[in-house]
Design a protein. Structure first.
Length: 177
């Protein structure tokens, strides 16, 4: 069997004295992926277009012809009976999606949306009311304090007037301080 693309890339890299770490830092390809390419272990790679992109970037960095590298990669896969299409590996979505079997009533969905909207609206309304009351509360307490002081002074004057009236009735002169 002729040299594989992994062997060719490794030999070209070593001939130029380039370390895998340098390639990894410049191309942002993990060292373990670069090692897998050199070992022709494509099962350790993500698959599909990523494999071709990694091989292309590796070849370009070391000065190897990119198109030859991709042709050799495709030939290696054909010899092994493997395919390079993106669908060759099965990927399972980690995101919840509706599988279509469980149908939710549109009326139920509408009711749930209205309920959530009403709850959010109520939260905003009461939050604003609380905020406005907290902003006005110092003014209210000042007003209450002024009312108490005014009532106290009015009461004091009333007591003084009543006392003065009593004293004048008794024949004494009232003196205000």
């Amino acid at each position: 069997m002729a040299e594989s693309i992994g062997e060719k890339l490794r030999l070209a890299r070593e001939a130029r004295g380039i370390a895998l770490r340098d390639i990894s830092e410049q191309t942002r390809i993990s060292i373990r992926y670069l090692e897998a390419i050199e070992a022709d272990d494509y099962r350790r790679l993500p698959g599909g277009i990523f494999n071709r992109s990694f091989i292309r970037a590796y070849a370009k960095f070391i000065g190897y012809d990119e198109n030859n590298a991709l042709e050799d990669y495709a030939r290696t896969l054909r010899e092994r009976g493997e395919t390079d299409d993106e669908g060759s590996k099965s990927h399972h979505s980690l995101v919840y999606t509706d599988d279509g079997n469980a149908r939710r009533s549109s009326l139920k969905t509408l009711f749930l949306a209205i309920l959530i909207l009403a709850a959010l609206s109520a939260a905003v309304y009461f939050g604003l009311r609380f905020y406005q009351r907290s902003q006005h509360s110092p003014r209210r307490s000042e007003q209450r304090m002024n009312d108490v002081l005014h009532n106290a002074s009015t009461t004091r004057r009333s007591v003084m007037i009543l006392t003065a009236n009593q004293k004048t009735k008794e024949g004494q002169h009232a003196v205000f301080v």
